[in-house]
Design a protein around this ligand. Structure first.
Ligand SMILES: NC(=O)C1=CN([C@@H]2O[C@H](COP(=O)(O)OP(=O)(O)OC[C@H]3O[C@@H](n4cnc5c(N)ncnc54)[C@H](O)[C@@H]3O)[C@@H](O)[C@H]2O)C=CC1
Ligand SMILES: O=C([O-])CC(=O)C(=O)O
Length: 288
């Protein structure tokens, strides 16, 4: 482990046990803490490089992610406000739903505090990639470790857009397979919520996905120049020491007709969720 990584401090600012457990597998000297008050939170955030925010309520059957907005919006606003005050240069990973709105809320809070760096704010959509890779590997009988399916857009329903045509290793799909896989990936979170029947949403798979995204961030901060992850930023991102170093526009070029149509269809919903988050943050006074 390089000296830079061993100097990093990482805090998970909610006591989500699954995330805590998996982060400890990253072989980084991370510290996962529960916080009892604002002063302790502020103290612990000082000098932190990566902040993961999974705080908030999960869905129950019949709910959309947007139904969580009323509770989770304020939680994310206040936590990001503390991050802005105490470690304004940190990478911020937002897991709390609805990600399509909580990320814009975080951006507004950071802007209000004068510390917004869009290169360092990430909506964690890694679980969509994990699911896409898993379902494609199963369907095509590939080794999961070899499969990479980029997923763009946001993190709810049709705003989740797997680009199956860009699957690596290259794989061919029938029209029926594309439709079936796309819908399965888009609804996988809801599938878990229904299976858990009131006991919450995905936890262990989310812990795995969060650990993967944190690991990628730490590698980028450590100077690895070849780190790629999908995230709710604008498109695929290449991560570097300063955060997002490059968007990969080629991934939104050469889409199939199906993908292009789906991309156009998701934009109004994503835009509305972004605007909802911005409106919320702008009408609130950011907690001191
Ligand atoms: N982005 C993604 O792919 C995924 C997002 N999620 C979202 O993650 C969030 C958490 O889900 P779970 O961990 O399953 O819920 P959970 O109920 O198991 O844990 C939520 C945690 O948030 C903490 N918390 C609540 N209010 C807080 C506050 N004001 N400050 C600090 N911590 C607070 C609670 O103490 C609890 O430990 C939900 O919004 C869920 O929808 C879940 C899975 C995947
Ligand atoms: O579906 C949910 O409510 C939790 C989530 O975001 C996911 O599992 O993708």
């Amino acid at each position: 482990m390089s000296p830079l990584v061993s100097d990093l401090h990482l805090y998970d600012i909610a006591n989500v046990k699954g995330v805590a457990a998996d982060i400890s597998h990253c072989n980084t000297p991370s510290q996962v803490r529960d916080f009892t008050g604002a002063a302790e939170l502020a103290n612990c955030l000082k000098g932190v490089d990566v902040v993961v925010i999974p705080a908030g309520v999960p869905r129950k059957p019949g709910m959309t992610r947007d139904d969580l907005f009323n509770i989770n919006a304020g939680i994310v606003r206040d936590l990001v406000s503390a991050v802005a005050d105490n470690c304004p240069g940190a990478f911020i990973h937002i897991i709390s739903n609805p990600v399509n709105s909580t990320v814009p809320i975080a951006a507004e809070v950071l802007k209000q505090k004068g510390v917004y760096d869009p290169k360092k704010l990430f909506g964690v959509t890694t679980l969509d990639v994990v699911r896409a890779n898993t379902f494609v590997a199963q369907r095509k009988n590939l080794k999961l470790i070899d499969v990479d399916v980029p997923v763009v857009g946001g993190h709810a329903g049709i705003t989740i857009l797997p680009l199956l045509s860009k699957t690596k290793p290259s794989a061919s799909f029938t029209g029926e397979e594309i439709e079936e896989l796309t819908v399965r990936i888009q609804n996988a979170g809801t599938e878990v919520v229904e299976a858990k029947a009131g006991a919450g949403s995905a936890t262990l798979s989310m812990a795995y996905a969060a650990a993967r995204f944190v690991e990628s961030s730490l590698r980028a901060l450590d100077g690895d120049g070849d780190v790629y992850e999908c995230s709710f930023v604008q498109s695929d991102v290449k991560l570097g020491r300063k955060g997002v170093e490059a968007l990969i526009p080629s991934d939104l070029q050469g889409l199939t007709e199906y993908e292009q149509k789906a991309l156009e269809a998701l934009k109004p919903e994503l835009k509305a969720s972004i605007e909802k988050g911005i409106a919320f943050a702008q009408k609130q006074t950011v907690a001191a």
